[in-house]
Design a protein around this ligand. Structure first.
Ligand SMILES: NC(=O)c1ccc[n+]([C@@H]2O[C@H](COP(=O)([O-])OP(=O)(O)OC[C@H]3O[C@@H](n4cnc5c(N)ncnc54)[C@H](O)[C@@H]3O)[C@@H](O)[C@H]2O)c1
Ligand SMILES: [Zn+2]
Length: 404
């Protein structure tokens, strides 16, 4: 006989409040340090316990940060900073995670402690993953040091490492405690890494903000030349569009079919391992966005002039829209299946009908996609010849931008 007091099926939806803290600073290691100190709350149990993990490449420029963290009475810097070689290699091996977990354990961090990570998107991903699984989640404060990480991944709620030669195969969703977009931390970036990050800014504008896309087209040259006010605006607008998508878009943990922010990423994520990660994520995304815009213009009615505007904008930002590893086509196309597998369910790819008007498609016409890639190859000479001329890095300081 069944007991009628036992409810045998209970489906109860619930929601959990999160706070996303973004701070924009000029010099978080110096004059703006108090803004960082302000988010490191020790609670009732004394000073905030902090472990600093940072890119080796930044060691010299982080002296001031280490000194300030050590000197702050409200902060207990639990050990010497942990220096890790940044770049994609940092998320290409489980060894990085084992190493970080061992250091977190040795420092006795708990769930009210903080891991403060300073680095590019790859290191943020690896350290974010370690922090998310240690004790099921230690507070993570991100100080992104690349344009890509400030414009995009830093405010994201994902972390991951690469596995089985596939991008981001192991990872979690975890909301960071706070994110600091600091202008000065970008100064030591190479031109290549500086420029490549803006492909994500173009991507998110194409999806959500046509006027910002037009603005980026107009200011691409200034951004490429590292004109600070223009680049800062581009980064901030992109970051806010990403943040709004996460906090207001209704699907921060990507439970639904569509992943609109992954526009241009099916081929980008395939190209990165095909080039043994010689191509940067931002560079691969530029190519992926160009491919999907060409496809969108062939199949979904995106006006050709807009498709060309995208290609010119990316080229003027200093990005190259071709790589030999895009061929053979069939090998690249496996990226579509990997993309579907990653999410599960139906293949769902975001494309564009108009700038600012995305559409999700569930089938890709392979013939048209092959043509899109061929078109991209044929466009190269035209794009290069019409690109605004390049200048040498050493000339940056002597250029007066005020009249441009
Ligand atoms: N989690 C997410 O939501 C998300 C979103 C987008 C991208 N990503 C990931 O981000 C990674 C790409 O990040 P990225 O473009 O920042 O590249 P990156 O982290 O590989 O950094 C590029 C290079 O710049 C160096 N570097 C970083 N900051 C520097 C600085 N201030 N001065 C001098 N050198 C510096 C790094 O050591 C590296 O060699 C990819 O792995 C991508 O998958 C994650
Ligand atoms: Zn990306």
């Amino acid at each position: 006989m069944s007991d009628e007091s036992i409810n045998r099926s209970s489906d109860i939806s619930f929601s959990v409040p999160f706070v996303h803290r973004l701070r924009v600073t000029d010099d978080v290691c110096g004059t703006d340090f108090d803004v960082l100190r302000g988010v490191l709350d020790g609670g009732d149990t004394g000073p905030a316990r902090v472990l600093l993990v940072a890119e080796t490449a930044l060691a010299a420029s982080l002296d001031r940060l280490v000194a300030r963290l050590s000197a702050a009475e409200s902060i207990d810097l639990v050990s010497q900073p942990i220096w890790v070689e940044g770049g994609e290699d940092s998320k290409n091996s489980v060894e990085t995670i084992k190493f970080l977990l061992a250091r977190i354990n040795a420092a006795d961090l708990d769930r009210r402690s903080y891991v403060v990570v300073v680095g590019g998107g790859a290191l943020l991903d690896a350290v974010g993953f370690a922090a998310a699984i240690a004790h099921r989640g230690i507070r993570l404060v991100r100080l992104p040091t690349t344009t890509l990480a400030q414009a995009d991944s830093g405010v994201g709620v994902k972390n991951a490492i690469n596995f089985f030669e596939k991008k981001n195969w192991i990872g979690t969703f975890a909301v960071p405690w706070a994110v600091f977009n600091d202008t000065r931390l970008l100064e030591s970036l190479s031109d290549r890494d500086y420029q490549s990050g803006f492909s994500e800014a173009v991507k998110v504008s194409l999806l959500k903000d046509e006027s910002n896309f037009r603005w980026l087209c107009e200011h691409a040259e200034g951004i490429r030349r590292r004109q600070t006010d223009v680049a800062q605006r581009a980064i901030h607008r992109s970051c806010i569009l990403h943040l709004q998508h996460i906090t207001e878009g209704g699907d921060p943990f990507e439970m639904l079919e569509a992943r609109p922010l992954d526009f241009g990423h099916w081929s980008a994520h395939r190209l990165e391992p095909l080039t043994e990660f010689q191509v940067r994520h931002g560079e691969a995304v530029a190519i992926g966005v160009a491919i999907d815009c060409i496809y969108s213009s062939k199949v979904l009615g995106l006006p050709e002039r807009d498709m060309l505007a995208v290609c010119h904008c990316l080229t003027n930002l200093g990005l190259t829209l071709w790589h030999p590893q895009l061929l053979p086509f069939d090998r690249l196309l496996r990226g579509l299946e990997e993309f579907r597998q990653h999410l599960g369910g139906r293949l769902t790819i975001t494309m564009l009908r108009r700038v600012g008007d995305p559409i999700n498609v569930h089938e890709i016409d392979h013939g048209a996609m092959r043509e899109a890639i061929e078109t991209l190859r044929e466009l190269q000479p035209q794009l290069q010849s019409e690109a605004t001329p390049r200048i040498e890095t050493s000339a940056f300081d002597s250029i007066d931008y005020s009249n441009r």
